[in-house]
Design a protein around this ligand. Structure first.
Ligand code: ARG
Length: 458
């Protein structure tokens, strides 16, 4: 039985139901649908639009339905058109005629807009908690590796010395911005569309502000056409999640690289890596490859909804039913990715010696060597030229700046002295980069503390 069976005569074709029904996915919003209806019914009673007794019966009935779904006593009927139909039909079965009054002054168009906003606000809170846990895991690892020198790269070429802590905290900053974007998007999500009706509002004297307050919304929508057809908040969430996944995929890519024998900067715990069915020596970073791969799904979800919304005339169109699967998929993917990366990171073992070796063999202290000459009065451009020749000389002889004897340094310039070795010591080079935001251990420690403070306050 369809809610709209009055207008159309006869049964609908199964193939219509197959494309039209949304209960297969929108049943996920049962809690929001029921909670929203409770607020609506209370307001109808308060405003005298339905009797207080009917309102009370509806509220009790809805509470019972919610409890029964949650306990498993009531199964959602997957042959219904959508979750709204199921809840209303079940309510009427249980409490009789009063149930039929619930939908007074409401349309499924403003109802579904309400449900999805409530659902997304809840999911934003959950995803924020997961992202915070990942940031906490990054801070924990960073604190252990404040002095673990490694090469920083540009163009994937060893460039200048940094520490593992500095690298980890870069990702923490990205995730902090992701959390910010989620909370910003939540503000615009919590705007109440109920009262927009099908598209043109309603003649009943609703108290929209009262409903908004009951549901914890920030305010009400100010145009009924926009109220039922706005999905910007959903697109904002998909954009925020796409950016979040982009960050996770960059992190994942680096972990994949670092697990290779060419790098060997990290070993993942056995419980967070897989093997090969044919190559006994293999231990694969499947998790990070999957997160990298799943990023594409979330971008796809964003593009799917952007494309569905493009050029839609006002107001509600059934195209908009397509919002939910894209949103659910993106939310589930971000949830899964954050949930698995945090414990993977907490159980991973980093290899400071391998990082240090890579740093030493990379001439990443060449800039510092040039700066040493500058401090002794050589113009930077000249120092740059001398150190360039020195590096070439070392490469030709298979040695490093640290190991080159002073006599050979002095063949290039007489400003070199014993103190050059202290100046180009990798940890010294890192320690000297101690501006706020730099890789020096105390600068990174300050970043860790500032990050933790944001986690507490945000
Ligand atoms: N299942 C629909 C959706 O997700 C609910 C709104 C239906 N409205 C309508 N006029 N058929 O968008």
């Amino acid at each position: 039985m369809k809610l709209w069976a009055g207008r159309a005569g006869g049964d609908v074709d199964d193939r219509l139901s197959a494309i039209n029904n949304s209960i297969g996915f929108d049943s996920r919003m049962y809690r929001q649908d029921i909670t929203g209806s409770i607020a609506h019914a209370k307001m109808l009673g308060r405003q005298g639009i339905i009797s207080e007794e009917d309102a009370a019966a509806i509220v009790e009935g809805l509470k019972g339905i919610l409890a029964d779904i949650e306990s498993g006593a009531l199964q959602i009927d997957m042959t219904c058109e959508d979750i709204h139909t199921f809840v209303e039909a079940t309510l009427t079965q249980r409490i009789g005629d009063a149930g039929k009054r619930l939908h007074t002054a409401r349309s499924r168009n403003d109802q579904v807009a309400l449900d999805i906003r409530m659902f997304l606000a809840d999911e934003i809170d959950r995803l924020t908690a997961l992202a915070k846990d990942m940031i906490a895991a990054l801070c924990e690892a960073a604190e252990k590796h404040l002095e673990t020198v490694m090469p920083g790269y540009t163009h994937l070429q060893r460039a200048q010395p940094i520490t593992l802590a500095h690298w980890l905290m870069a990702y923490a900053q990205m995730l902090l911005r992701d959390i910010d974007r989620l909370s910003d998007c939540k503000k615009r999500t919590l705007v109440l569309p109920l009262g927009s009706g099908a598209l043109a509002g309603t003649t009943y004297p609703l108290d929209r502000e009262y409903v908004a307050r009951q549901l914890g919304f920030n305010g009400i929508s100010l145009n009924s056409l926009d109220g039922v057809s706005d999905r910007d908040f959903a697109l904002e969430l998909l954009s925020a999640l796409s950016i979040l996944m982009m960050h996770l995929s960059r992190f994942s890519e680096e972990i994949c690289l670092w697990c290779s024998w060419e790098f060997r900067f990290v070993t993942l715990s056995d419980s967070f890596s897989t093997g090969s069915s044919i190559m006994p020596q293999k231990k694969n970073p499947d998790i990070t490859e999957l997160v990298r791969g799943k990023t594409g799904r979330v971008y796809g979800d964003l593009m799917a909804l952007l494309t569905a919304m493009k050029a839609l005339p006002l107001a509600y169109n059934k195209d908009m039913q397509e919002d939910k699967e894209a949103l659910f998929d993106a939310i589930d993917t971000a949830d899964l990715s954050l949930s698995v990366l945090a414990p993977m990171l907490r159980t991973a073992v980093f290899h400071p010696e391998a990082m240090r070796q890579a740093a030493a063999a990379g001439f990443i202290n060449a800039t510092d060597c040039a700066d040493y000459m500058v401090k002794k009065g050589v113009p930077f451009r000249d120092a740059y030229g001398v150190v360039g020749r020195l590096v070439k000389y070392c490469i030709d002889r298979g040695t490093t700046l640290e190991a080159l004897p002073l006599a050979e340094y002095r063949d290039f310039s007489l400003v070199f002295d014993e103190d050059v070795y202290a100046a180009i010591d990798l940890l010294t080079c890192v320690r000297q980069r101690n501006l706020p935001g730099g890789p020096a251990p105390e600068a990174v420690q300050a970043t860790i503390e500032a990050t933790r403070k944001k986690l507490e306050n945000g």
